[in-house]
Design a protein. Structure first.
Length: 337
């Protein structure tokens, strides 16, 4: 991918953000309710509510409010949260690492299991191993995340008390010095074994829930891609040349089967980053999902809009990253603009 292509994709980011923010801005302001009334309280006078509404700029026409928001956005200002009275960007950056750590852990587990099991299912197609793996994939796709989360909590937290069921750290254990915001990495950097063990124990159940929800799609995609690749002529040539079957599978077939997988996992990363609300709420995980849900309940327009902007930018950047990974995995398309 040339620099010009990357520049064009990043330039499209502006159009995407403007389009998404306009739609979200109009919809969020059409939701029944009045944030000024929520802030003032149920017993506040109409004058007090009107004063708060004027201070927040909610008494102006919606187009004027949106124009002001775009001007502030152009200067990197996502606005100030109505509920916390803090810059939305600071709030998002405060909770984003928790979600990133959870999603990356779950994605790593889902990828490792999905690629391994999907490859084995393709190699042993039609045998008992293949049937068992396909059954697991079906269960992964069919079982709701909230139900699986409750089952894990019931077994490992409620019944046997083997793992903690909420939060990122046990009360009383200090968080490691913030470097990345990811407790596992920061604990390793600080060489804090206590914080690392506790953070690891807390992330097991929510990460397992997200990984289980994603692994089925990975298995099915890798299996179908591997079956198709294993029937290609160059694989037959490699077999006839006397190459070891393990070498053929992992050095040739799997590498080509990963190309569609990269596309799907790029989209899956975006979906998990900003779609793990149910899991975060089930395990009281202080991430972006819980933050935006509270913002919606409180009609915190700046927080909702800030979250939307972050999601839009993340999706565009993930798509650019996916295009770059194409060139790494498949040399045939490196020269394509």
């Amino acid at each position: 991918m040339t620099l010009a292509t990357i520049a064009r994709k990043l330039a499209g980011l502006v159009i995407v953000v403007l389009g998404v923010t306009l739609i979200t801005f109009v919809i969020s302001h059409k939701i029944p309710g009045d944030p000024a009334r929520l802030l003032a309280g149920p017993r506040a006078s109409a004058q007090a509510v009107q004063q708060i509404r004027a201070e927040l700029g909610l008494d102006q026409p919606i187009l004027i409010q949106y124009g002001r928001y775009v001007r502030e956005l152009a200067h990197g200002d996502l606005g100030t949260s109505i509920v916390t009275s803090r810059p939305v960007l600071d709030d998002v950056l405060q909770v984003l690492p928790a979600t990133v750590e959870l999603v990356l852990t779950a994605l790593f587990v889902a990828t490792l299991l999905g690629v391994t099991l999907g490859s084995l299912a393709a190699v042993y197609r039609g045998r008992m191993l293949d049937k068992s793996v396909r059954l697991l994939a079906t269960l992964s796709i069919s079982v709701p995340s909230f139900w699986f989360a409750l089952v894990l909590l019931l077994i490992f937290y409620g019944a046997f008390d083997l793992l903690p069921g909420d939060g990122r750290l046990t009360p009383g254990i200090d968080a490691p010095a913030r470097v990345t915001g990811l407790y596992l990495i920061d604990a390793l950097i600080a060489r804090d074994a206590t914080a690392f063990k506790d953070a690891f124990a807390h992330i097991v159940l929510p990460a397992a829930t997200l990984a289980f929800a994603s692994v089925g799609g990975v298995i099915r995609l890798i299996r179908s891609s591997m079956i198709e690749v294993l029937q290609e002529d160059y694989i037959r040539t490699a077999v006839a040349s006397g190459l070891r079957w393990r070498t053929i599978v992992f050095n040739y077939a799997l590498r080509n089967a990963l190309i569609p997988f990269i596309t799907v996992m790029g989209l899956e990363l975006g979906s998990l980053l900003f779609g793990s609300v149910v899991v975060e709420m089930a395990f009281a995980w202080p991430g972006v999902g819980a933050y935006v849900l509270n913002a919606i309940f409180s009609l915190d327009f700046p927080a909702i809009m800030g979250f939307t902007v972050v999601v839009s930018i993340a999706y565009v950047l993930i798509n650019v990253l996916v295009d770059l990974l194409y060139r790494v995995v498949d040399p045939r398309i490196r020269s394509v603009a």
